[in-house]
Structure formats: structure tokens, C-alpha cells
Ligand binder design. Structure first.
Ligand code: AHR
Length: 535
């Protein structure tokens, strides 16, 4: 008897505890939604929000290329000429404007001849885990991939350990239309038509893994590459000309402002024989080096701290834009943030050289905040590439053999598609403040733009993880009728999508009808929302 009684009283205690919790939850005062007035002046259009702000970066690093994109044509994973069909379909849906390849640090050790023709050179990848690089994914496979997803090629040439001749030959191989030896070799390898190289990276982080150069030394070398590495594709003239992106800063300290000064001062005096269309900038949200923050299994402290750090992108852009303005007031040279994103500790058990991390709701919010910063600087920032597209750092997609999952960041890119090549429209609002411990951040962020078809789109991020936001939307001079779109949130700041539970962080529909001339949107805490506004 005694054990049974003990068991019953234990169950009773458990039952009472649950009842108490339920009563507490129901009785707990629900935090009133924070009211935000958002005014949009659609009569004052700003700069074009270039679609290239939504660029991707795919490096030969970990499973970014092999397994992530390339499985080979004899794989049981459904593929087209060796390229995964599931990944292609997912990327098509987010209309990737360009893909930067083959690196990163890898680019300055890459020799393109290793990756063409029937016999591929097997090498090592010393930057990223020292693993075998089979070179089965080379120029033709990359261009096929670009074609399958409907994107454009951003090719970074090897300025660190390669020669100008090697890079010039690569460009001739890819783009020549006339019957040169290299053109014939490309045709013999299966592609008679010239490839388009939309963007050309003149080195990568030449101040560090790209050769540890001084700005002056880089400049001398860059001018040579800029002159001799030519694009011969007859379709790439005038408006379609290949854009040449020079290596730019990697931070805000004097070392980096000196770099921007040196390159931009030279640009101001450049002659016909060299040119640059963009200056690259790399800036990760990392806080501690080596990266120590967890990508999943964290709480509000890390949420607030990482998002606060992400907002530093704005000052960094302002700092380097101011230097660029001195030497290029007409803003001919774009600032291209071609590596950015959250960089956290490698997932336990993964190869630390593969930069494997999970991707949470926090990353979705981090992405939205960054994209909005880029859009606000759209007159100068005309390109950005999140690092990296698949299985590496802040990825769009995670794969494991035949399995694939779309990350919260992927959904942000999908929701932002209407902003590609839109026209920026000013928004005013009082952001308020979200405070947690030592960190204070704007509670909300927002941006608006007119899409190519003339529709007005608004994005609103509610950073506060606890308090909802009630947004009153006013569009000056327009009687707004309704708004509809999607909102992305999840139960926890570190909610993630996994292969087993792929739909924990997915967008839901949201809409609002104007009442009494007012359009009110109810936004959940820690959410990203994109709506189009109907008049
Ligand atoms: O994205 C990972 C690495 O970060 C890139 O290869 C390099 O350019 C940067 O340091």
C-alpha cells in the first residue's frame, strides 16, 4: 500500500504544479504591444535598391560546394549534371542575383586549370581543414550552376599566388568568342558559347590571407590585374560591362581607413589603363575572435549582444563611404560588402575548418537589420554577398547527404525578393528602445521601397523578443486600404529548422485592413515582416 500512496501523492503534487503554472500563465499580465507610428513618403523616391545587395558567396570550404551544390552525376541524390536539384529549386525561388566564387581565401590559391577538362588535379585545401580538393567542381560546373539557378557569375581571380597572365588566360578562356586557342579549348570542353562574367574580384583580403600586402603593394598589383585581365564577351559592353571589384577594408580601425584612402586616392587619379567599379568590404558579426558565441542553445544575452554588434555595420559603411565621397563624389565606385553575416563557434563535433553553424531566428533578424542598412546606403552600397550560401557560416541552406533544410535566413531572402531593384522610399518612425542588461538597441527597424511594378513594400523588424509591436502605417497623400504579406517568427530567439523539424521557423501570412483611415499591423515579438500596401 505504502508505495502506491506515495505514488498517488506524487502524481497529485505534479498535477497541482501544472495547474499552478497554467493559472500563472493565464493570470500573468500580457505585455501591452508597443505602439509605433510609421510614416512613408512615397513622393520622395531615393536610390535604387540594387538586386545585387542580395548576392551570395560560395567558397570551396567544408560542404559549401561538395555535398552542398555538387554531388556528381552518378549520385543517388537527384541532380542535373552533378548539381543537386533540391538546392537549385530552393535558390531559384530567392532569385539569387550573383554568386561570388571560388573564395574567399581559397581564391588566392586557386589555379583554374586544375578545374577544367577530363583530368582534374587533386590538391589540398590548406585554408579550410587541409582536406583534399578534387577540383571536380570547376569553371564549367560553376557556370552550369549559375545558369541552372538563373544567377550571374562573380569570379574572384587569384591575385595572391597567381600571375596576371594566369588570370588573363582564365578570363579569355571563359569569355572569348573568337577562335583563339583558349576559346577552342573551352568549346572542346563542352561550351562553345562564351560565358558571361558579370563581376570580377581583384583578389580577396589581400591584407591578410590574400598575401598580407600593404595597401601600396596591393594597389600596384591590382592595377596590373585590372589592365590585363580582360573580358572578351561581345555581349558584355557598355551597360553590361564586367564590374571589377578591388579589395577594400575589413574593419573600422585606422589600418582599414588607410587602405580605403590609398585605393580611392589612386582611383581619383586613375588613367585609361586601369579602372575599378567597386571596392569590397568584409565585416562579420563575430564579437569575439576566435568565434565563441553559440549558433543555437543561447538565450537573450547573446541575442541582444549579437544584434547590437550587427548594427555596427551602419557606422562602418558611413566611415568608408565618407572616404570614398572625398575621392569619388559622383559615387561611381560601389561599396560592395561581399562578405558579411554572423560568424559563431563551430557546431560541436564538426570539423572546425568547415565553419559549420546552425542558423536561428536571431540570424533572420540579423539579416533583415543588415539588408535594411545596405538599402539605406543604396546610393553607395550596390552589392553585398552573405557568407556563405550553403552549409558554411550564415547559410541559406543546410544539407546532409540527401537531406536539405532551409534556414530562417533563407526565408528572409525570400520575403525580400520584391525589394530587388526596387526604389528606396523614406520611412520615419520612432524606433524606441529595447534594453537587455548592458545592451540597448532600437526596438524596431523598418524600410520601404517601390518594387519594379510600382507596388509599395514595407519591411518592419520587431527586435524586442518579449514585446509585440502595434504599427500604425501612414503613407502621405495616399488613402491606404490594406496591407498583406508574410511574417517570420518562432517561439525562441534560438529556434532553428532541423532536418527532423524543418518548419519551426517559416513565414506565416499577415494582413490588415484600414479602419477609420488607419492601417494597423500587429507584429509579434522577435519578428521580421514584409507587406505590400494596397491603396
Ligand atoms: O568566409 C570565410 C572566410 O572569411 C573567407 O574565405 C575569407 O575571405 C574571410 O576571412
Amino acid at each position: 500500500m505504502a508505495p502506491a500512496t506515495a505514488h498517488r501523492s506524487e502524481s497529485m503534487r505534479a498535477f497541482l504544479a501544472i495547474v499552478t503554472l497554467v493559472v500563472m500563465a493565464v493570470a500573468a499580465p500580457t505585455m501591452a504591444a508597443q505602439k509605433v507610428e510609421l510614416s512613408i513618403d512615397a513622393s520622395k523616391p531615393g536610390a535604387k535598391v540594387d538586386r545585387n545587395l542580395f548576392g551570395q558567396f560560395a567558397e570551396h570550404l567544408g560542404h559549401g560546394i561538395y555535398d552542398g551544390i555538387w554531388v556528381g552525376s552518378d549520385s543517388t541524390i537527384p541532380n542535373t549534371r552533378g548539381i543537386r536539384n533540391d538546392v537549385v529549386a530552393a535558390l531559384k525561388a530567392i532569385q539569387v542575383p550573383n554568386v561570388r566564387w571560388p573564395g574567399g581565401c581559397f581564391a588566392d590559391e586557386y589555379h583554374w586549370r586544375d578545374g577544367i577538362g577530363p583530368q582534374r588535379a587533386v590538391r589540398l585545401n590548406p585554408n579550410w581543414g587541409g582536406v583534399i580538393e578534387p577540383n571536380t567542381f570547376g569553371t564549367h560546373e560553376f557556370m552550369d550552376f549559375i545558369d541552372q539557378i538563373g544567377s550571374a557569375a562573380y569570379v574572384s581571380v587569384n591575385l595572391g599566388s597567381g600571375s596576371p597572365k594566369e588570370a588573363a588566360d582564365w578570363l579569355e578562356y571563359m569569355t572569348a568568342a573568337q577562335a583563339t586557342t583558349l576559346e577552342k579549348e573551352r568549346a572542346a570542353n563542352g561550351h562553345p558559347a562564351p560565358y558571361k562574367v558579370a563581376w570580377l574580384g581583384l583578389g580577396n583580403e589581400s591584407w591578410d590571407c590574400g598575401g598580407n600586402m600593404t595597401p601600396e603593394y596591393y594597389l600596384d598589383r591590382m592595377k596590373i590585374f585590372s589592365h590585363f585581365v580582360r573580358n572578351y564577351n561581345p555581349a558584355q559592353t557598355e551597360q553590361n560591362q564586367m564590374l571589377k571589384i578591388a579589395v577594400g577594408p575589413g574593419g573600422g580601425e585606422q589600418r582599414w581607413t588607410d587602405w580605403t584612402e590609398t585605393v580611392m586616392k589612386a582611383y581619383q587619379q586613375h588613367t585609361w589603363s586601369w579602372d575599378m567599379s567597386g571596392l569590397s568590404m568584409h565585416s562579420y558579426t563575430v564579437v569575439k575572435w576566435p568565434p565563441a558565441f553559440k549558433s543555437v542553445g543561447f538565450g537573450e544575452d547573446e541575442y541582444a549582444q549579437i544584434l547590437k554588434a550587427a548594427l555596427e555595420m551602419d557606422d562602418l559603411i558611413k566611415k568608408h563611404s565618407a572616404i570614398m565621397d572625398k575621392y569619388d563624389p559622383q559615387k561611381k565606385v560601389a561599396l560592395v560588402v561581399d562578405e558579411w553575416g554572423g560568424w559563431y563557434a563551430p557546431l560541436p563535433g564538426s570539423n572546425p575548418g568547415f565553419l559549420v553553424q546552425q542558423n536561428s531566428l536571431r540570424d533572420a533578424i540579423l539579416a533583415a537589420l543588415n539588408i535594411n542598412i545596405f538599402a539605406r546606403h543604396a546610393d553607395r552600397v550596390r552589392g553585398a554577398n552573405i557568407a556563405q550560401m550553403i552549409n558554411v557560416l550564415q547559410a541559406m541552406i543546410l544539407t546532409d547527404h540527401e537531406k536539405m533544410v532551409l534556414t530562417p535566413t533563407y526565408y528572409v531572402y525570400k520575403m525580400y525578393v520584391p525589394f530587388q531593384d526596387s526604389t528606396f522610399v523614406p520611412v520615419t518612425f520612432d524606433a524606441g528602445s529595447y534594453k537587455h542588461g548592458d545592451f540597448a538597441l532600437p526596438r524596431v527597424d523598418a524600410m520601404a521601397a517601390k518594387s519594379k511594378d510600382g507596388k509599395l513594400w514595407v519591411e518592419i523588424t520587431n527586435v524586442d523578443p518579449k514585446q509585440a509591436a502595434e504599427v500604425e502605417l501612414n503613407v502621405s497623400g495616399i488613402n491606404v486600404k490594406s496591407a498583406s504579406g508574410e511574417t517570420l517568427t518562432a517561439p525562441k530567439v534560438d529556434s532553428v529548422n532541423t532536418f527532423e523539424a524543418p518548419n519551426s521557423v517559416v513565414p506565416k501570412p499577415i494582413s490588415a485592413k484600414a479602419q477609420g483611415g488607419k492601417l494597423i499591423l500587429q507584429l509579434e515579438p522577435k519578428s521580421v515582416t514584409v507587406v505590400s500596401v494596397e491603396q
